[in-house]
Design a protein around this ligand. Structure first.
Ligand code: HQG
Length: 177
């Protein structure tokens, strides 16, 4: 039940608020009152308690409530354009990207592209990268020379929930683990 509600909240806050006629601010915030009103009687009907529970229990801290508790947004993973207000950060020397083996040829030819999302997502550790890769199939971990990219002036952002984000990773900064 919580998983279904969490997936629905992800869909609304990251990809398709219009599915229920929800409007997000330019920074990606949805009003909790709107979410409750617009999902009344639906398969997942949000309440203040349910939203608080989803924010609290999300294993990856996918969501965050505003200080006054009136607004909620996703910390990362958007396909719709939102300005999360993240300042560029100096990344660790090395970051990892988990993907599926069937994407490897294309990635090694074209680099890592953000596809449907707003950023390429990179992990600090190989365990997380492995879990991300598994979502797509037989997992492969790629090592990203973040330091090299940073030295070239390419920008990195760190989401509130610890995911490293960048626009694209050119092939010369990628190697197989
Ligand atoms: C692949 C989850 C072919 C890329 C996770 C990935 C993450 C290419 C897929 C977050 C490519 C996109 C994001 C290229 C990239 N050719 N394939 N040139 N460049 N790809 O789901 O990074 O659970 O949009 O390797 O924890 O897998 O939703 O990105 O396999 O943080 O909260 O294209 O989603 O978080 O897939 O995952 P995705 P991702 P949540």
């Amino acid at each position: 039940m919580l998983t279904q509600a969490s997936k629905f909240l992800s869909l609304l806050l990251r990809h398709d608020p219009g599915a229920i006629g929800l409007e997000l601010s330019s920074e990606g915030w949805a009003s909790v009152a709107d979410l409750i009103r617009l999902t009344k009687g639906q398969r997942v009907a949000f309440t203040r308690e349910l939203i608080t529970e989803l924010v609290r229990t999300s294993d990856k801290r996918r969501f965050v409530l505003s200080d006054d508790g009136e607004f909620v947004r996703a910390n990362q993973g958007h396909s719709i354009k939102v300005d999360l207000g993240l300042a560029p950060q100096c990344p660790p020397d090395v970051l990892y990207h988990g993907t599926a083996s069937r994407f490897l040829d294309s990635i090694l030819a074209n680099g890592l592209l953000k596809q449907d999302r707003q950023h390429v997502h990179l992990s600090r550790d190989t365990d997380t990268a492995l879990a991300v890769g598994r979502r797509h199939g037989s997992p492969v971990i790629l090592l990203v020379d973040a330091r090299g990219m940073h030295e070239l002036g390419l920008l990195f952002y760190l989401s509130e929930n610890g995911v490293w984000l960048t626009d694209a990773v050119p092939t010369r900064f990628i190697s197989k683990v």
